[in-house]
Design a protein around this ligand. Structure first.
Ligand code: HEC
Length: 207
């Protein structure tokens, strides 16, 4: 034992022996402890809080359709087999022309055609998810086509105009011919919203 010594509970007993160095040391340690505790406990809303394991709280930011360290190498992953995304109902149609027509007969757009918010949303989804191929006005002149992607037919042609809403929804959901299915990438409500946008485009109301 040193000559300051400790009592059985570990507290310095230098004070009793008039050990000023010990007193100053104790005050310094207590001050440091209070400062450290304050840093942890007192919230300063003008600064980000202290993070101990930031890697666990936030992953690296990755944009949709980015390359990423996933099994496929991209951020967008196919749905695991047998799973249903939240907010989506099972879609009981096959990717066949007959079922596309059946969807046209059986499904109606649940979104109101006059709803400005839904139409605006449909425009955003179209700009992001369709216009790279179909072009801003649906004429098949998107940027991807300029870079060699197969040119899709005009969305204002009679063929697309004659498709019923349910068939368009089927086509976006399961694809058609050379167009890939987009169900994994566009939420169900957004698919209906984009159908509204295509209809507005076909009427020449939106470009
Ligand atoms: C990667 C390019 C690409 C993207 C993205 C894409 N399409 Fe297509 N789309 C095509 C191609 C190519 C065809 C022609 C498919 C075929 O019949 O072989 C097509 C066909 C269509 C048709 C049928 C046209 C017809 O006359 O048969 C519609 C309607 C359509 N797309 C709507 C959409 C909508 C709405 C979106 C966005 C939600 C979209 N497409 C996204 C490439 C694309």
């Amino acid at each position: 034992m040193s000559d300051t010594g400790t009592d059985p509970r570990g507290a310095p007993i230098g004070v009793v022996r008039g050990n000023w160095g010990g007193i100053v040391g104790s005050i310094a340690v207590a001050g440091a402890a209070v400062f450290a505790l304050r840093a942890v406990l007192v919230r300063d809303v003008t600064r980000p809080g202290l993070e101990f394991f930031p890697d666990m709280a936030r992953g690296p930011a990755a944009q949709a359709q980015d390359r990423a360290a996933t099994p496929t190498g991209f951020t967008d992953l196919p749905l695991p087999e047998g799973t249903v995304p939240r907010g989506a109902l099972p879609f009981r149609y096959a990717a066949t022309p007959a079922d596309a027509e059946r969807a046209g007969r059986e499904l109606a757009n649940p979104e109101a055609p006059g709803d400005a918010d839904t139409l605006a949303r449909g425009g955003v989804v179209y700009a992001r998810m369709c216009s790279p191929c179909h072009g801003p006005g649906g004429e098949g002149d998107g940027g991807a086509v300029a870079r060699g992607m197969l040119r899709p037919p005009s969305l204002s042609a009679d063929r697309a105009k004659a498709m019923r809403d349910g068939q368009l929804f089927h086509l976006i959901t399961l694809g058609q011919g050379n167009m890939a299915p987009l169900a994994d990438r566009i939420a169900e409500r957004d698919r209906w919203a984009v159908v509204l946008h295509v209809r507005a485009m076909q009427k020449g109301g939106s470009r």
